[in-house]
Design a binder for this molecule. Structure first.
Ligand code: PHB
Length: 537
């Protein structure tokens, strides 16, 4: 039985600009639209960070509104407030995760894409159609400095890519008209921040010609359409039920290794073979078994205003939570199901869905009265967050713990040899006498508390306490940090001067907050690592 790929890859004519260009319907939830606008602007900003006043300028919202929207997003752990700066936070990845899970393609196909990348030592990607653009849903990237590499969630104009013509073979006249209009309005691709501007825009006929070729050949090339040196060859992965491309698989290389023609001659057969096995997977995977949605995703609906704070905008929090009701077993939902999953009233859930539909994040299927997520959900923070490492994820948690216990905190991993630990993040306190170890420092694993929780036979109590570890009078308490699969991937410690506490007091006073911090890091790592490996250093 073929996998039920419930998503809809047809262009929706809603444009590629981050916000819809028509007026919102009367029922749209204004605070939700504002929250979405704030997240879009942060996603496009360098490092996913803007100042509050920068956000005020970018969104055109009043400062008090920006303050309330960002306070609400911070309370949801979707952003972090750092003085005057607002930064995207790992938890926000759960929105894009909901789309990728409901789509099912990454879970079903990414292992094959990764294997091809390893086999060829070239980058391999999977992309879906998003309006008249293409959006990446998986990247198996080789680390090469020569050309830019795209992130999961990045949107590219169809005409500058190899997958574009393959998707365009399915376009209707209305889709083509929409594309011509977009081209005329933005010939240099300024509305596509992921690509360098087109200095000499190609005539529209180039793309129509490439699309006609792709329709007969069943593959497509990108010969340096994005930047000099970057070449790609693509093949559609067809939906077994409709025959239309469910996604497109690409091999990406550089002219220093392969010309575009050489890619087609030498690597296209390998790509086709991989795509055949991907299509076999789609044909033979049973459709998802609907599971009852978890009750009460929107925990804030039950919490009191006092608990949540005066600045908490409930309609924004509820609205965003609607997106998390979708999952691998719930790729499409009716209004009733959304209301049940989120614990929201039908009226509230309906208005949130109408708002998301207007923002292009949700699509309504009239045939069966269900809603599905669109690839544009990935534009809510996913690209910058898909590049964060464990030290970056952990850093704010280390700082919070250092401020709380007034001691030095560090994160470390085991070196490749397995004999040393290497410090990867740290946070210190204002105390004059605090352990000061630079990131990158290596120490023998067996002699340190950090090392002991990382070694193959960890201490039975789940923590290690080592006296005089680095120097006389210094004591260290460490706990492990686990990934999604439960493997120990790092260790977290508090380094204390022995004179300040007895060993017993270290355990009773410090172990609970240390464990809480490890659990917070683990939760973020689990969310951030659902659809991509998170670098540990
Ligand atoms: C990529 O995966 O980075 C990629 C794919 C197709 C292109 C260009 C880049 O045409």
């Amino acid at each position: 039985m073929p996998a039920d790929l419930t998503h809809d890859t047809s262009p929706d004519g809603s444009g590629t600009a981050p916000t819809a260009d028509t007026d919102p319907p009367a029922e749209a939830v204004t605070p939700l639209l504002r929250g979405i606008a704030v997240l879009h602007h942060l996603t496009g900003a360098r490092d996913g960070t803007l100042s509050l006043s920068g956000l005020e300028k970018a969104t055109g919202l009043a400062r008090s509104t920006v303050d309330r929207v960002t306070a609400t997003l911070a309370r949801m752990s979707y952003v972090r407030l750092d003085g005057r700066d607002v930064t995207l936070a790992p938890r926000l990845t759960e929105l894009g995760n909901a789309y990728l899970a409901a789509l099912r393609l990454p879970a079903l196909l990414s292992a094959r894409a990764d294997a091809l990348a390893d086999e060829l030592d070239e980058s391999v990607s999977l992309a879906v159609a998003d309006g008249d653009g293409i959006r990446f849903i998986h990247q198996a990237t080789r680390r090469r400095a020569m050309s830019l590499s795209f992130r999961i969630g990045d949107l590219l104009p169809a005409e500058r890519t190899a997958p574009g013509p393959l998707f365009a073979t399915e376009w209707t006249d209305a889709d083509w008209n929409h594309w011509h209009t977009r081209r005329a309005a933005d010939p240099h691709h300024h509305t596509f921040p992921a690509v360098p501007p087109a200095e000499h825009p190609a005539p529209d006929s180039d793309f129509t010609h490439r699309t006609a070729m792709a329709a007969t050949a069943g593959w497509s090339l990108d010969d340096q359409l994005i930047e000099p040196g970057l070449v790609a060859v693509s093949v559609p992965v067809r939906d077994p039920r409709t025959g239309a491309p469910a996604c497109v698989a690409s091999i990406v290389s550089h002219t220093s290794r392969h010309t575009a023609d050489d890619l087609r001659a030498t690597l296209l057969p390998r790509l086709r073979e991989a795509v055949r096995s991907m299509e076999h997977t789609l044909r033979t995977t049973p459709p998802p078994r609907p599971t009852p949605p978890p009750a009460d995703l929107a925990t804030w609906t039950g919490a009191s205003k006092q608990e949540l704070g005066r600045d908490f905008v409930e309609s924004l929090a509820r609205g965003l939570t609607v997106l998390t009701a979708f999952d691998e077993n719930r790729p499409s939902l009716t209004l009733t199901e959304v209301a049940k999953a989120t614990g929201l009233s039908r009226a509230t859930a309906r208005r949130a869905l109408i708002t998301h539909e207007h923002a292009g994040l949700v699509r309504r299927r009239t045939a069966d009265h269900t809603f599905t997520l669109t690839p544009r959900v990935l534009s809510l923070g996913f690209p910058p967050l898909s590049r964060t490492s464990l030290p970056q994820i952990a850093q704010p948690h280390l700082t919070t713990l250092a401020d709380r216990v007034h001691e030095s905190i560090a994160l470390a991993v085991l070196s490749d040899s397995g004999e040393e630990i290497q410090y990867t993040a740290r946070a210190s306190t204002g105390r004059v006498l605090s352990a000061h170890i630079a990131i990158g420092t290596r120490l023998p694993a067996h002699a340190t508390a950090l090392g002991r929780v990382l070694l193959p036979e960890p201490p039975a109590a789940g923590y290690a306490l080592v006296d005089e570890e680095l120097e006389a009078g210094l004591r260290s308490l460490a706990v492990p940090v686990h990934d999604r699969e439960g493997h120990v991937v790092a260790a977290l410690n508090v380094a204390m001067h022995a004179a300040r506490r007895t060993p017993e007091a270290c355990v009773t006073d410090i172990l609970p907050p240390l464990r809480e911090t490890a659990a917070r890091i683990e939760a973020d790592l689990s969310t951030a690592g659902r659809f991509r490996p998170v670098p540990l250093t």
